[in-house]
Design a protein around this ligand. Sequence first.
Ligand SMILES: CSCCC(=O)C(=O)COP(=O)(O)O
Ligand SMILES: [Mg+2]
Length: 227
Amino acid sequence: MIRAIVMDIEGTTGSIRFGRDVLFPYARRRMAAFVRQRGEDPAVADQLAATRELAGEPEADRERLVAILDEWIAADRRVTPLKALQGMIWEEGYRRGDLTGHVYPDAVEGMKAWHAAGIPLYIFSSGSARAQKLLFAHSEAGDLTPLLTDYFDTTTGPKKEAESYRRIAAHLGLAGHEILFLSDVVDELDAAAAADFHTTQLVREAGMITGDHPVAASFTAVRLPES
Ligand SMILES: CSCCC(=O)C(=O)COP(=O)(O)O
Ligand SMILES: [Mg+2]
């Protein structure tokens, strides 16, 4: 029996293009002004300190920090301080009405059906938990947060390491084989399978790299394992 479903965001619940063409450029355009204006806020200052530490540049001033963060955005580094700062910038964007979270209609339909069937739904994404909540709260389909029980991000661990999935299972109080993980990325699915999770790969575009996992073109094609 599947007792929980854990979902990736980019390429799974929503399109990769939304991150690449909308969210990431939005944060990139605003990062310098955000660091200048909000750099003293404790939550921002903590992430700037974490950026200095991760970059190995304890003396980095604000200008240098913005340059480091810009390099990380360009390289699509999925590191916690960048993801936390991006989340804070997106929060402003959602509140201003500049941003609306993209969620595939089939993902909305699948999430509603599983929720109605009593299966708790979780997100595991590189985006910060706060950014994840915002995306689903301000989605094109309205506020989807009532469908979601909890959110995991890189503070739980990298998505390509089995230990992260063992931590999620322990947090949920479930065995790996009671959990289904949905993602578009084979390395993430391999890591989840190594933690004994059931897996399904969302293959939403032709030509994607696939592995040894069941595949589904949409949430409506996802089959829940019986045992
Ligand atoms: C609200 S998360 C926005 C997208 C993002 O920042 C990201 O890193 C998505 O990563 P995923 O693990 O969902 O592919
Ligand atoms: Mg993904």
